[in-house]
Design a protein around this ligand. Structure first.
Ligand code: BV8
Ligand code: ZN
Length: 229
C-alpha cells in the first residue's frame, strides 16, 4: 500500500511555531504574502531578513511534537512505500528523524547568494549586518525558500506530483490548502482514485473530497492514523 503525506504549518503549531493564517500568524502587522516575495526583498531586504530571523529564533526553541514523531513511525512501517511532502520550511520533520522527505518550499536554515549562487546551511539567528554577507564571496544572501511568484524546485514538485498520482492513500495534515501548486496535490490523488485522509482541527477546501476526516490536532490525529493504517 503506497502512502503519501502532505504537511503544512499546522503540524508545527503544537511545537509553538505560529501558522501563516492562524491568529499567531501575523508579525508586526505584516502578512506573509507581503514579506515572502522577491519584490519585498528587493525593496527592503533588512525587513524581510528581520522576519526570517524572528521565525528562526522561534523555530530554534521549538521541538518536534508527537505529530512529527508519529510520521517517523509511519515511515519506518511503510519504508519505500512512503513519502512525506512538506510545505514547511522549519526543518522540524528532519529533526524528528524523517528521511523520505520532500521540501516543496525550501528550508529556512539554508541560504542562497544573490551574487555567486552559493547555497549552504547557516543556523544563525542574528547577523552583524542585514542583508548578511555570503561566506564565499561577501555578496548578499537570501533565505533559500520559495517566495510567492517563484517557481517551486522542479525535482521536488515532480516527485510530489508523481506520488500524488500513484499512491493508494494521500494524507493531508495541517494545511489550509490555499497555496498552489502544493494545494493541487490532494486533488491529483483523489482524481486517480487514492483514498484521501485529512487531519486538521478545522475544515478546509480539501474536506469535501476527503474520504476520512480526523477533526483533531496533528499530535493526536497522526497517532490515531498510525493505529488504523
Ligand atoms: C508559483 C515559503 C509560479 C516561504 C511559502 C495557481 C497556480 C500556481 C500559482 C498560484 C495559483 N494561484 C495562486 C498562485 C500564486 C501563489 C499562491 O498560491 N497564492 C495563494 C496565497 C493564493 N503561489 C505561488 O506564488 C507559488 N509559486 O506558483 O510560481 C511560477 C511558475 C513558474 C515560474 C515562475 C513562477 C509559490 C508558493 C510558495 C510560497 N511560499 N512558504 C516562507 O515560509 O516564508 S507558502 C506558505 O504557505 C508556507 O509554505 C505554508 O506552508 C504555506 C501554506 O500554508 P499552510 O501550511 O497551509 O499554513 P496555514 O497557516 O495557511 O494553515 C495552517 C493549517 O493548519 C490550518 O488549516 C489550521 O486549521 C491547521 N492547524 C492549526 N493547528 C493545527 C492544525 N492542523 C493540525 N494540528 C494543529 N495543531
Ligand atoms: Zn556569494
Amino acid at each position: 500500500m503506497k502512502l503519501a503525506v502532505l504537511t503544512g504549518a499546522g503540524i508545527s503549531a503544537e511545537s509553538g511555531v505560529p501558522t501563516f493564517r492562524g491568529q499567531g500568524g501575523l508579525w508586526k502587522s505584516y502578512r506573509p504574502e507581503d514579506l515572502a516575495t522577491p519584490q519585498a526583498f528587493r525593496r527592503n531586504p533588512a525587513l524581510v531578513w528581520e522576519w526570517y530571523l524572528w521565525r528562526r529564533s522561534v523555530i530554534a526553541k521549538a521541538e518536534p511534537n508527537a505529530g512529527h514523531i508519529a510520521l517517523v513511525e509511519l515511515e519506518k512501517k511503510y519504508c519505500e512505500d512512503f513519502l512525506l511532502i512538506t510545505q514547511n520550511v522549519d526543518g522540524l520533520h528532519q529533526r524528528a528523524g524523517s528521511k523520505r522527505l520532500v521540501e516543496l518550499h525550501g528550508n529556512i536554515w539554508r541560504v542562497k547568494c544573490l551574487s555567486c549562487g552559493a547555497v549552504y546551511y547557516d543556523y544563525s539567528v542574528s547577523y552583524a549586518q542585514l542583508p548578511p554577507a555570503c561566506k564565499e564571496c561577501g555578496g548578499h544572501i537570501r533565505p533559500d525558500v520559495v517566495w510567492f511568484g517563484e517557481a517551486l524546485p522542479e525535482d521536488a514538485l515532480e516527485l510530489a506530483i508523481g506520488w500524488a498520482r500513484s499512491c493508494d492513500v494521500f494524507v493531508v495534515i495541517g494545511t489550509s490548502a490555499v497555496v498552489y501548486p502544493a494545494g493541487e496535490l490532494p486533488y491529483l490523488a483523489k482524481e486517480h482514485g487514492a483514498k484521501v485522509i485529512e487531519i486538521n482541527p478545522e475544515s478546509t477546501p480539501v474536506s469535501p473530497i476527503a474520504d476520512v476526516i480526523i477533526r483533531e490536532p496533528a499530535s493526536s490525529g497522526v497517532k490515531k492514523l498510525l493505529e488504523v493504517l
